[in-house]
Structure formats: C-alpha cells, structure tokens
Ligand binder design. Structure first.
Ligand code: HEC
Length: 132
C-alpha cells in the first residue's frame, strides 16, 4: 500500500512550500500531525480489510455446499423434483449423507456424490444447510 502522505513526510517543509520563516518547532509539529494522520489512515485501512477476512472464513462451508446447490437449489431450497434440504436438522442431513456414502441408503446420484466428502466435510455441509 502506498499513501502519498508517507512520501511527503520525508520532504522538508521549507523546500516543499518555499517557506523560510518556519521555526523548527513548527516543522516538528507539522510532521507529528502528518505522522498521526498516516497512522489514522493505516488503521482505518486495516479495519476496512478485517470484515473481508472474516467473511472468507465463514464461507468455507458455503464453498463446500455450492456443489449441492446445482441440484438442490440455492441455499438448498429446491423448487423442483429434487428434494429440498434447506432447514432440515444437521443431524438428519449428516445421517442421510453418511448412509448415501456407505451405500446403505438407496440413491440414483447421491451415493456417488456423497463419496467425495470426509466426515468433517459432511459435518460442515450438514451444519450449513440446517441454517438455511
Ligand atoms: C446431481 C444432482 C445432485 C447433487 C449435485 C446433489 N444432490 Fe442430493 N439429491 C439428489 C437426488 C436426485 C436425491 C434423491 C436421492 C437420489 O436419488 O439420489 C438427493 C437427495 C438428497 C438428500 C436426501 C433428502 C431427504 O429429504 O432425505 C440429501 C440430504 C441430499 N441429497 C444432500 C445433498 C448434499 C448435501 C449435496 C452436496 C454435497 C447434494 N445432495 C448434491 C440430487 C443431487
């Protein structure tokens, strides 16, 4: 990140503005205030970036669940022939996925689809759709 103020800070004020009357104290005061402004700008920039980082962590379950939404609809709210999975309990969804994966529950596509996920991923996906 490059802020123009960071550059100005290093230029003597007399040379920048052609001032000859400034006392050393005034120059120091100006530099201090510019450093404070730089600090404020940097702090607000970092604060602005923080929600983006948090959002990224939250969306891990959403990313895993994206492959399901092609068939089960956005957020699992299927409008068509494929059963909707939004709002079903995490326990129910986890058990369904595990029994599809093991072949215990009969399926046309879910058996194959569920084999791609680990126990932990199934837990996260089940949690995600239970909250939709
Ligand atoms: C290619 C389309 C397709 C995809 C992708 C898909 N499903 Fe399914 N899902 C189905 C179909 C069709 C059924 C009905 C069972 C069957 O025939 O396989 C089903 C059934 C289910 C059921 C049982 C619903 C109930 O009411 O008991 C659950 C739970 C489920 N899917 C979850 C998921 C999850 C979670 C994903 C993503 C990891 C996913 N599905 C991805 C098509 C799909």
């Amino acid at each position: 990140m490059h802020f123009p103020l960071l550059v100005f800070q290093e230029v003597p004020w007399q040379r920048l503005y052609g001032q000859t009357t400034s006392t050393t104290t005034e120059v120091r005061a100006m530099r201090t205030s510019i450093r404070l402004w730089n600090l404020i700008i940097l702090l607000s920039a970092s604060l602005a970036l923080m929600p983006a980082v948090q959002a990224e962590e939250l969306s891990r379950a959403a990313i895993l669940s994206a492959s399901c939404e092609g068939c089960h609809g956005t957020g699992g709210r299927s409008p068509g022939a494929i059963p909707p999975i939004a709002g079903k309990s995490a326990e129910y969804l986890r058990e369904a996925l595990e029994s599809f994966r093991s072949g215990e529950r009969e399926a046309t596509v879910m058996g194959r689809h569920a084999t791609g996920y680990s126990d932990e991923e199934i837990r996260q996906i089940a949690e995600y759709f239970s909250k939709q």
